[in-house]
Design a protein around this ligand. Structure first.
Ligand code: AHR
Length: 713
């Protein structure tokens, strides 16, 4: 990653991380806390798209994450000088073989190997040279921190393989007289046609979990070989495994685009991991914001998300630089994002590149920006154009004739980092073009006037503005009522990234308490907050090994996984429960005698003479479902002791005595879930009785409580 880009990342992290907690001082609880749900007043309509998901390629979210490909560095471009993720395997010390990365660089490779590109995307390959028969030599891939071996599972393997031919000077196009220059030639006999062995095996090579063969043809051309590998039903699950393609015969063997897929969700080719997809479906997301985040912007203008080269066959996807220090394959391309939406029931929320990148460069509004605006219009057409449009027809050719529903297009990402103030002009140019071609779409501004008061969009106010908050739990508790104070001037807020950043790689209970408090604030104001999504969604939790770096770049994420399994953080369960138990109308609520605690001062606050503030310890919101009569009450206890509350349902007469209570709680703020202890903190659902217009509850220490009450119809 470029130094400038790193600085930008660090700057962002510092920006969000100020004011970390030091000490807790809780005040005495004087009188019982009373929460009143006022059914005599009509509350605002809840935005039907309140809760969604945000995603980008960070923390190996796709490669080594949701995108089910198991081979790391499948087109050998991750590192220009070494075949990262790959190694040579051979029978023993008597074997004679080697591997070498061959980039189609005319200055560096023998004449013959200049012609090893398969196409403009697959320009680098791996050469296996075997100089002694019986060497059992091959190439091995370590996967993304291991290859997951699961019982009774069929994996789809494929790869391009080319045996070497005798080197001949080649005719150049242009005439028979035009022979290639007599460069040093690399004379190797043709490989013998015959079996090539493909295995998933233990890293020490002693256990073969699944194997198959393909027959190498006696040909001088690239050919794609495909086969399936199936593990036995009684195999013990492990990630201590590698993928190997080997031979016993001498020769030169060139490999490219080596791929191994386990079963995917809905068996979609080039599809997604099943466990992670199910976890998202359980969250009932209403939209998916993609492709970023920083991933949209790219480290520099040339490496912004290149949606056009993410389309079609994976053979045509070269991948690109990425924004988080590793090279995305772009196997998760634009159409795959859209099909992910389809699979999870979410509407796409498309963020288009707006001419500003992480190194701080921007493209000035005006003629220079026009190609970027046109590119965004093409992208929108690919998403929602019918098959008679140019890009709609491309989408159909890629296998999805039906257009996707699209309502919101976000112009850029976090353009408040662009201190040149160029966003005003850039936003206007994008909005004008999009409005005129797609008047039904709403453009979202990444500059929001409350969060960035010094950076206005002039002229017509954006209909929706994106605010981002990465905070400590103290800051979440202190600001949980921030939206109660916002004007209702018609502009809506999209909280496009937010999280309580405590715990790594996934968040802990304290973060979940911060999240839940914050979400009660968004729910009370669910007319103003039309959409919200937590970030980051995914993290591969592997730490560094001798051959692979630590998998994640950002602490405090929602869903963790390794190659084998996955788990939800306490924050994940808060999101899931909040989304599941949500009505369509806000119930106005008030709280009395809410206990508070003193928020510790950070060093910086103390130095600047700032006074300590009192922050609430109980947070609440309620919504009701007009059709079913269900009432959803959410109450958070941020303190480590039981807090009694009286709940008063004002103006309701027809209440069922029975209710459902879902509680997420723990014993310590640092309690968390992990790969090895995935369910330490999960929602526990129980039935409760004795519900009346006024009823009492004891909120468990460190708990998020969701009540489903029922007004009889
Ligand atoms: O969510 C991680 C990063 O935080 C996003 O990429 C960026 O938009 C924000 O700064």
């Amino acid at each position: 990653m470029k130094t400038e880009t790193m600085k930008r990342h660090i700057l962002k992290i510092c920006y969000f991380a100020m004011g970390l907690p030091l000490l807790v001082n809780s005040s005495a609880i004087a009188q019982t806390t009373k929460l009143t749900l006022d059914f005599t007043k009509t509350g605002a309509k809840v935005s039907p798209m309140l809760y969604g998901l945000m995603t980008e390629e960070i923390n190996h979210s796709y490669d080594g994450g949701l995108y089910a490909e198991l081979i790391r560095n499948r087109i050998f471009k991750d590192n220009a000088t070494t075949p990262e993720g790959w190694s040579l395997v051979q029978k023993d010390t008597t074997s004679k073989a080697s591997i070498k990365l061959i980039a189609a660089d005319p200055d560096k490779v023998p004449y013959d190997e200049r012609r090893l590109s398969i196409n403009g995307a697959l320009t680098t390959c791996l050469r296996l040279t075997v100089t002694k028969d019986g060497s059992s030599a091959g190439i091995a891939n370590e996967g993304y921190w291991g290859i997951p071996v699961k019982p009774g599972t069929t994996y789809k393997a494929s790869f391009y393989l080319k045996g070497a031919g005798r080197t001949q000077p080649q005719r150049r196009p242009g005439g028979p007289q035009n022979f290639a220059p007599p460069v040093p030639v690399h004379v190797i006999e043709n490989n013998t046609a015959g079996p090539i062995t493909v295995t998933i095996e233990s890293n020490d090579g002693k256990t073969i979990y699944a194997s198959g063969t393909v027959n190498l043809e006696k040909s001088n051309f690239w050919k794609k070989y495909e086969l399936t590998l199936t593990t036995a039903a009684d195999v013990k699950p492990t990630t201590d495994a590698r993928f190997v393609i080997s031979t016993d015969r001498t020769g030169l063997y060139y490999f490219n685009l080596v791929s191994l897929f386990p079963p995917t969700y809905n068996n979609r080719p080039n599809g997604n991991r099943i466990d992670l997809t199910k976890m998202m479906i359980d969250m009932k997301p209403k939209f998916l914001r993609f492709p970023g985040g920083n991933f949209l912007e790219g480290p520099d203008i040339a490496d912004a998300f290149p949606w056009k080269s993410t389309l079609g066959l994976i053979e045509n996807r070269p991948g690109h630089k990425g924004s988080w220090g590793y090279r995305p394959t772009d196997g998760m391309g634009l159409l795959e994002f859209l099909m992910w939406c389809e699979e999870t029931g979410a509407e796409p929320l498309l963020a288009v590149y707006a001419g500003y990148s992480l190194n701080g460069d921007h493209v000035d509004a005006g003629p220079l920006l026009k190609p970027y605006v046109d590119d965004a219009l093409d992208e929108i057409e690919y998403v929602m154009g019918d098959v008679n449009t140019y890009w709609g027809a491309k989408r159909a050719a890629d296998g999805h004739p039906a257009p996707f529903k699209l309502t919101y297009v976000e112009i850029g990402n976090e353009d408040w980092f662009d201190r040149s103030n160029s966003y005003d002009g850039r936003f206007k140019q994008f909005r004008t073009a999009i409005d005129s071609k797609y008047p039904q779409l709403t453009c979202i501004s990444t500059i929001a006037d409350k969060q960035n008061p010094d950076m206005k969009i002039t002229g017509q106010k954006p209909a929706v503005m994106d605010e981002h908050y990465y905070r400590s739990s103290w800051d979440m508790w202190e600001n949980a009522s921030q939206y109660d104070k916002y004007d209702r001037d018609g502009t809506k807020i999209f909280v496009g990234e937010w999280a309580t950043r405590e715990g790594a790689p996934t968040t802990n209970l304290n973060a979940a308490l911060g999240d839940a408090a914050w979400m009660t604030g968004m729910e009370r104001n669910a007319d103003l907050i039309i959409m919200s999504c937590y970030a980051p969604l995914f993290v591969n939790v592997n730490t560094a090994t001798t051959t692979a770096p630590k998998a994640w770049q950002w602490d405090s994420d929602l869903i963790g996984y390794n190659a084998m399994t996955s788990y939800g953080s306490p924050s994940y369960y808060v999101q899931k429960v909040f989304s599941e138990y949500l009505g369509d109308q806000v119930v106005p609520m008030t709280g009395e005698n809410i206990p508070t605690q003193l928020k510790p001062l950070s060093k910086r606050d103390s130095v600047s003479g700032k006074k300590q503030t009192s922050v609430p310890t109980v947070f609440y919101a309620a919504t009701k479902d007009e059709k079913t009569g269900a009432i959803y009450l959410k109450v958070v206890n941020a303190l480590g002791k039981v807090q009694p509350v009286t709940i008063n349902l004002k103006g309701i007469t027809n209440l069922s005595k029975n209710a459902i209570l879902v509680v997420i709680k723990g014993t310590k703020p640092l309690d968390t879930n992990t790969i090895t202890e995935p369910e330490k903190i999960v929602p526990v659902t129980s039935k409760i009785k004795g519900i009346a217009a006024v009823f009492s509850q004891k909120l468990a220490p460190y708990s998020v409580n969701v009540y489903k009450l029922q007004a009889e119809k």
